[in-house]
Design a protein around this ligand. Structure first.
Ligand code: MSP
Length: 639
């Protein structure tokens, strides 16, 4: 089955922010899910490069529009590549084939009488690239969508007979109730149409940065209206100009858009397609808008969040999970680092990560890492059935783009697994010589994790592939078929040891290392008795070791942090992120010995995992590392 999924094409007047990343993450998730099911997917994204807005932005930057577009378009493409977006094609509206396709469509609509020449007189919002009749303006001059001042346009123009399609459009929505998702947005569109559709001006003459009309019309004063040009990308990308075989992907299954551009996609686009005698897309999904700490993002406020920065600090997939889980599809959402960190530590670290760690630990202790599903149904049929039942409801959520609900339901199976461990306490069963039962619980949890990872894969492809690798299987159409559709169990396997997937994030961005130390001291070595003294055993709960620094570099963008590699005579050197940059250079540390707190839970600082802490003393004159008087072997215990 073909399945064509698109994002909007992004204007090249500025770099991407998290709103753009959101649409793209949803589209990528939908594309990966469809591929997993075995669909023949075509996933399109790209950039929208013509129009008055881009022409003006280029001028402000003293650049030619094409050079300006090349530069910004590349930043979008590079960003999507660095965020692992699995697009099949990245279209640019300045591509030659796109231009040809738009001209072909224009001529077809002209020839069938749907485009005619006239004069336009009215208001135009350059930022929204949209025309508005006087009656729709706020205070007679401001754009009803973005609030900016509009300009008066009076020029010769070609018009598209939008009014002709009023009835046909209303009938179409009526017989396709899931055309607009969420369904709640349909009324706003039907009301817009019922208030009367004017014919749409589809060319401009007062600037030149756009696609020229087809040569056969001999009218080179005009360039195409940027929205006609842009919407056509969905068919030109498939080779509409040359009747390419990729046209087999048409009609699109899903156009993903923000709520602000729903009207263009749900009214103008279907009308153009009706005029071209092409089938209409199956769904237009309109998502809400993201704000930052409760405020609208804007360059002037300086609060625009760059997706790359967030991903570098917190992980692409953790961020994807956060965005898709945090906000019901269609509603507005707010981005704050606190909310993101909480989701990572709680949902990902506690619910999912710990589950994996627990079965690695228990299978290591009780069955030499071997896991066999043979007794799962004997001891755990109710937990297994409940899991399978929940998982079977998930497609209905994703099909309606309710990704938050999809993830919410998916998380219920992690709680079944966590509860099974707590209730059945395998460690007690082993002591009671009921090893078969204990191993069945471990195998149940492994199976739940495997099934859930497959369904989490579209949202977190790399993370879930690591989980699958730990459980010795791969996520693909076959395992989807076996473990999800056929509700099967894992064949016997050996679990692989994997480091924790979601190290706890201790604080926001430029974390103060000193305060982390204080917190650690408070929680780890809190005196137990009233006199403030501790038992010797309490002191020895802290593992202190001698290590040799074998590498040291500065942490980018941090005033305080160095990233060290410290040899503790373990399999791998430890990575330790230390707040000592103001007092030591990387060079003077390499080859020297340090005292390391070696049994701290890993923490993330500035996006880097720290697997220990250095002992140091600090007063008003500065900071000194604690050193061993003479060389001691790496890994030697201090105490
Ligand atoms: N070029 C047009 C789309 C043409 S599609 C044939 C356009 N480009 S845009 O760059 O301005 O916006 C692209 C998408 O980003 C839109 O879907 C828009 O809704 C979305 N977002 C822009 N700011 C946003 C937020 N703050 N939050 C969420 N999405 C936002 O419109």
């Amino acid at each position: 089955m073909t399945n064509y999924i698109t994002t909007p094409i992004y204007y090249v007047n500025g770099e991407a922010h998290i709103g753009h990343a959101y649409t793209t993450f949803i589209a990528d998730t939908m594309a990966r899910y469809a591929r997993l099911k075995g669909d023949d997917v075509f996933f399109l994204t790209g950039t929208d490069e013509h129009g008055q807005k881009i022409e003006e932005s280029a001028k402000k930057n003293n650049m030619l529009p094409q050079d300006f577009a090349n530069e910004i378009s590349k930043t979008f493409k590079d960003l999507w590549d660095s965020l692992d977006i699995s697009y099949d094609k990245f279209i640019r509206t300045t591509d030659v084939n796109h231009t040809k396709g738009v001209q072909k469509a224009f001529l077809t609509m002209y020839k069938n009488g749907d485009i005619y020449k006239g004069n336009y007189s009215g208001h135009y919002c350059v930022s929204c690239e949209a025309f508005f009749p006087q009656t729709q303006l706020v205070d007679g001059e401001f754009c009803p969508d973005c609030g900016r001042e509009t300009t008066i346009v009076e020029e010769e123009s070609y018009f598209f007979r939008l009014s002709k399609y009023e009835k046909k459009l209303l009938e179409f929505y009526e017989s396709n109730p899931d055309f607009i998702l969420p369904r709640s947005r349909k009324t706003e569109i039907t009301n817009f149409i019922k208030s009367g559709l004017n014919d749409l001006s589809v060319t401009r003459t007062s600037f030149s940065w756009g696609i020229k009309l087809p040569d056969s019309l001999h009218d080179n004063k005009h360039v195409m209206y940027v929205w006609l040009d842009a919407l056509m990308n969905y068919i030109t990308a498939l080779g509409y100009a040359e009747d390419d075989t990729n046209m087999k992907y048409w009609p699109a299954n899903l156009h993903l858009v923000g709520k602000d551009i729903l009207r263009f996609h749900a009214v103008y686009w279907p009308a153009f397609l009706m005029s071209l005698d092409l089938p209409l897309p199956k769904h237009i999904g309109a998502h809400g808008w993201w704000t930052k700490d409760g405020e609208k993002m804007s360059k002037s406020k300086g609060n625009v969040v760059a997706p790359k920065e967030v991903c570098d600090l917190y992980g692409v997939e953790n961020f994807r999970y956060f965005m898709l889980r945090e906000v019901p599809f269609g509603q507005d959402g707010d981005f704050s680092k606190r909310a993101l960190i909480d989701r990572i530590n709680s949902d990902l670290g506690n619910d999912l990560g710990n589950l994996l760690n627990r079965i690695i630990g228990m299978s290591g202790k009780y069955s030499d890492l071997h896991i066999d599903s043979k007794d799962v149904l004997k001891y755990h049929s109710s937990e297994f059935d409940k899991t399978v039942e929940i998982l079977s409801t998930l497609p209905s959520y994703i099909d309606k783009l309710q990704l938050h609900k999809y993830l919410e339901e998916l998380w219920k199976v992690f709680s079944i697994a966590n509860k099974a461990i707590e209730e059945h306490t395998p460690w007690v069963k082993v002591k009671e010589n009921k090893t078969e039962e204990a191993l069945a619980t471990i195998a149940l949890v492994a199976n739940i994790l495997a099934k859930a990872s497959i369904l989490l894969y579209p949202v977190m492809p790399k993370t879930t592939s690591i989980i699958a690798d730990t459980l010795s299987f791969s996520i693909d159409t076959n395992s989807y078929e076996l473990l999800i559709i056929k509700k099967g169990l894992l064949a016997p396997f050996f679990i692989k040891k994997t480091p924790p997937l979601f190290p706890r994030i201790e604080d926001e961005v430029d974390i103060e290392i000193e305060s982390t130390k204080k917190d650690t001291v408070k929680t780890e070595l809190k005196p137990q008795s009233d006199d403030g003294l501790i038992e010797i055993g309490q002191f020895f709960q802290t593992s202190l070791k001698v290590g040799t620094v074998i590498d040291a570099v500065e942490v980018a963008k941090s005033k305080k942090l160095l990233c060290l590699k410290v040899d503790l005579a373990e399999n791998e050197p430890r990575q330790i992120i230390a707040g000592i940059k103001e007092f030591y250079t990387p060079k003077e540390l390499i080859g020297t010995q340090v005292c390391v707190v070696a049994n701290l839970k890993p923490a993330k600082l500035m996006g880097l995992v720290s697997e220990g802490m250095l002992l140091a003393a600090k007063d008003e004159s500065g900071l000194s590392l604690l050193r061993i008087e003479s060389y001691k072997k790496e890994g030697t215990t201090i105490g």
